[in-house]
Design a protein around this ligand. Structure first.
Ligand code: BQF
Length: 293
C-alpha cells in the first residue's frame, strides 16, 4: 500500500512553478497575478482563500484578496467580477464558493471571463474540457489527474467508479477519465444518491473516486483488494482532543480501506492540497495565455 503524498507532490509542483516565475521575472516579464473574491465569514472559506494567497506568495505570484461583507448584493458582486474581467493586471481570478443564499452562484460564474476563469467553472471551460479542447480544468479534477500521472498509476482500460455527481468534482472527473488521453481511457461508472446497490458498484472499481461529502462513508468491504482510492472528502468532525475542536476526515474510512488499497490519498494532506496547487498551475497558464492565446 502506497500513500499518495499530496503535500510532497504539491511542493514539487510549486517548485516547478516558482522556477518558471523566476525565469519570467529574469526576462523582464509580468509576474502572474491571481485575485480571489471572498464574501462573508465562513471559516472554511476563509481558510481556503488564506491558503491560496499563501501559496501564491510561495511561488512568487502577485495576489489580491477582495473581501466583502455577506450582505453584498448580487449586482455589487457582479460589478466586482466585471472589474476583474477588465483589469489587465489580473491574469486569473476566483470567486470563493459557497456564496450567501441570496446570490445566484451560476449567475456569478457566467459573468466571469472564461479566459480568466482559473477555477474552470464557466460552462465555456467545462464544455471545452468535455470536448478535449484546451481549457481551464477545475482545480480538484486537475489535481487528481496530476496525482495519477505523477505516481505512474495506469488508467488505460481500468474500471473507475466515481461516487458523487457535483459540477465541480464528480461530473468533470468522470468525463476526463473516460476521455482518450494520457491519463484517461477508463471505463467510468458515475454513482450518486439514487444508485441502487452502491457497495456492489464500488467493489467493481480498479480506481475509486469518493466525492460525496459524507465522513468515512466508504467502508472496507466496499472495495476490492488492490484498489486505487482517491478521497476527495474534506469533512470537519468534532474532536474535543484537538485544539481547534475538530479534525478533518475524508469520505473514505481510511483505517478500513487503506490495507486493501494499492494506492490511497490521505485526508488531510491529499487531494485538498493538490486542489490549491492546481489553481496555481491554471493561473500560470492564464498568465502565459496557454489556453486562450
Ligand atoms: C488538506 C473546498 C468544499 C467546498 C469548497 C488542503 C484544502 C483542503 C484540505 C483546500 C475546498 C477543499 C477548497 C487540505 C480548497 C480543498 O490538507 O486536506 C487544502 O484549501 N481546498 C475550496 O477552495 O473550496 C471548497 C471544499
Amino acid at each position: 500500500m502506497t500513500i499518495i503524498d499530496g503535500k510532497q507532490l504539491s511542493e514539487t509542483i510549486k517548485l516547478e512553478i516558482a522556477q518558471e516565475v523566476a525565469a519570467i521575472k529574469a526576462a523582464g516579464g509580468k509576474i502572474p497575478h491571481l485575485a480571489a473574491v471572498l464574501v462573508g465569514e465562513n471559516p472554511a472559506s476563509q481558510a481556503y482563500v488564506g491558503s491560496k494567497v499563501r501559496s501564491c506568495e510561495q511561488v512568487g505570484f502577485q495576489s489580491t484578496l477582495v473581501k466583502r461583507d455577506a450582505s453584498i448584493s448580487e449586482q455589487e458582486l457582479l460589478s466586482i467580477v466585471d472589474e476583474l474581467n477588465q483589469d489587465p493586471s489580473v491574469d486569473g481570478f476566483i470567486v470563493q464558493l459557497p456564496l450567501p443564499g441570496h446570490i445566484d452562484e451560476n449567475k456569478v460564474i457566467l459573468a466571469i471571463d472564461p479566459r480568466k476563469d482559473v477555477d474552470g467553472f464557466h460552462p465555456v471551460n467545462f464544455g471545452r474540457m468535455a470536448q478535449g479542447m484546451p481549457s481551464f480544468v477545475s482545480a480538484t479534477p486537475y489535481g487528481i489527474l496530476q496525482m495519477l500521472e505523477r505516481y505512474n498509476i495506469p488508467t488505460d482500460g481500468k474500471h473507475c467508479v466515481v461516487v458523487g455527481r457535483s459540477n465541480i468534482v464528480g461530473t468533470p472527473i468522470s468525463i476526463l477519465l473516460s476521455r482518450k488521453a494520457k491519463v484517461g481511457n477508463c471505463t467510468v461508472t458515475l454513482t450518486h444518491s439514487r444508485t441502487k446497490d452502491l457497495p456492489a458498484e464500488t467493489r467493481r472499481a480498479d480506481i475509486l473516486i469518493a466525492a460525496i461529502g459524507i465522513p468515512e462513508f466508504v467502508k472496507g468491504d466496499w472495495v476490492k483488494e488492490g484498489v486505487v482510492v482517491i478521497d476527495v472528502g474534506i469533512n470537519r468532525i468534532e474532536d474535543p482532543a484537538s485544539k481547534k475542536g475538530y479534525r478533518l476526515v475524508g469520505d473514505v474510512d481510511f483505517e478500513q480501506v487503506a490495507p486493501k488499497s494499492s494506492y490511497i490519498t490521505p485526508v488531510p494532506g491529499g487531494v485538498g492540497l493538490m486542489t490549491v496547487t492546481s489553481l496555481l498551475m491554471n493561473t500560470l497558464k492564464a498568465a502565459k495565455k496557454e489556453i486562450y492565446p
